[in-house]
Design a protein around this ligand. Structure first.
Ligand code: PLP
Length: 380
């Protein structure tokens, strides 16, 4: 049996998204910047897609900019905000995705900003009192805090965060890559200056994302070149990606409550079955709090054992694709910077299961059975 439980890394393309992209790959090949009819047809596909995304997020198309993905959108939000507003102080956390963390660390290394890390509790949650103290010390700074953590599933209250930042005249960027398409984002309510999305996290194609920039947040371009994306991002648009992203987000919104119910039920079954079959199993972060976490992610903390590093390999041999591990983040052999921030026993292995609408109860049962076999074998 082959089972895919790595949907926080990427999700399978929805066939309906592929169908929507096909005409742009074959028939509609004009350059959207060309003024002839071949170009104009493609331009209108882009603008229809932009309107669709904006409508779903309850905002205006003029605030949506297509990018090559979440990483570029995060880089643009951070670098262009810092550049355009002459920002010197940035508040963030040590559990951000590397798209944010490495960008900010590089800006600090090159002397552009001073980076301040907000304190986290033992579960990796942001200490809001400390955030407020930092904001009092550094008003009018930039705050970058992710909506949901891709490894441990912790969620921050974006509305409360936006209010707090506004009270201190701080700019707010939130990496919403993991929640986009899985939760609703009402941009009339959320007081963020920039949020982002990446299509391949919600059954869209890879290599396409978007950046939302609030109308009153005026930033310089990040990529200079042609006049594409209203002069904000030079380069011929990834037209089929854009159409695929909009279709994927539309489908995600249409099926959101049904998919959320399905995935939460799978996660609940997995938690229950793991507790029954693996003694002393725990869960990292708040990932086992089904209603108050990123419901697509469960980070399992296994009993101490010398053999945990082999676990992902052995799960893979059993046909189960996951990420995590005692000292590894997805696909790499460097330790997880997120797990390193949690107060946990480092001899315990960690496996991140991440679910999608396509997973089944049978797959959950199979994965739990295999994980229990492997864990019991390595502990005994
Ligand atoms: N931010 C978060 C929280 C992510 O999980 C990811 C993807 O792993 C990214 C940013 C980067 O997105 P992309 O792969 O579209 O560059």
């Amino acid at each position: 049996m082959k089972v895919y439980f790595d949907n926080a890394a990427t999700t399978p393309l929805d066939p309906a998204v592929f169908e929507a992209m096909k005409p742009l790959m074959l028939d509609l090949y004009g350059n959207p910047s060309s003024i002839h009819s071949h170009g104009r047809e493609v331009r209108s596909s882009i603008e229809r897609s932009r309107k669709k995304v904006a409508d779903l997020l309850n905002t205006s198309p003029s605030e949506i900019f297509f990018t090559s993905g979440g990483t570029e959108a995060d880089n643009t939000a951070l670098c262009s905000t810092i550049d355009s507003y002459g920002i010197k102080n940035v508040i963030s956390s040590k559990v951000e995705h590397h798209a944010v963390l490495h960008t900010l660390e590089n800006l600090e290394k090159t002397g552009r900003i001073k980076l301040h890390f907000v304190a986290l509790n033992d579960n990796g949650e942001v200490e809001m009192d400390h955030l407020e103290q930092l904001l009092i010390q550094h008003p009018k700074c930039l705050v970058s805090l992710m909506h949901a953590n891709n490894e441990i599933a912790n969620i921050i209250d974006l509305n409360a965060l936006g209010e707090l930042c506004e009270a201190h005249e701080a700019k707010l960027h939130s990496d919403t890559v993991q929640t986009m398409g899985h939760f609703t984002h009402d941009l009339q309510q959320i007081k963020a200056h920039c949020i982002v999305g990446s299509a391949h996290k919600f059954h869209g194609p890879k290599g396409i994302g978007f950046l939302y920039v609030r109308h009153d947040h005026k930033i310089n371009p990040f990529i200079y070149g042609g006049a594409q994306e209203r002069n904000m991002r030079g380069g011929t648009e990834n037209v089929y990606g854009i159409v695929g992203l909009a279709k994927a987000l539309e489908l995600a919104y249409e099926g959101m409550s049904e998919h959320a119910r399905h995935i939460k039920s799978l996660k609940g079954i997995m938690i229950k079955r793991l507790k029954e079959s693996i003694p002393d199993v725990h869960f990292n972060g708040l990932s086992d709090d089904i209603e108050n976490s990123l419901y697509t992610v469960l980070n399992v903390c296994l009993p101490p054992s010398g053999d945990n590093d082999m676990l992902l390999f052995n799960l893979d041999i059993s046909g189960i694709s996951v990420s995590g591990g005692s000292a590894c983040s997805s696909g790499s052999n460097i330790g997880s910077h997120v797990l390193a921030e949690l107060k946990r026993d480092s001899s315990r292995g960690a496996v991140r299961f991440s679910f999608s609408k396509y997973n089944t109860e049978e797959e959950v049962e199979y994965a739990v059975r295999k994980l229990a076999e492997l864990t019991t074998a390595s502990v005994s």
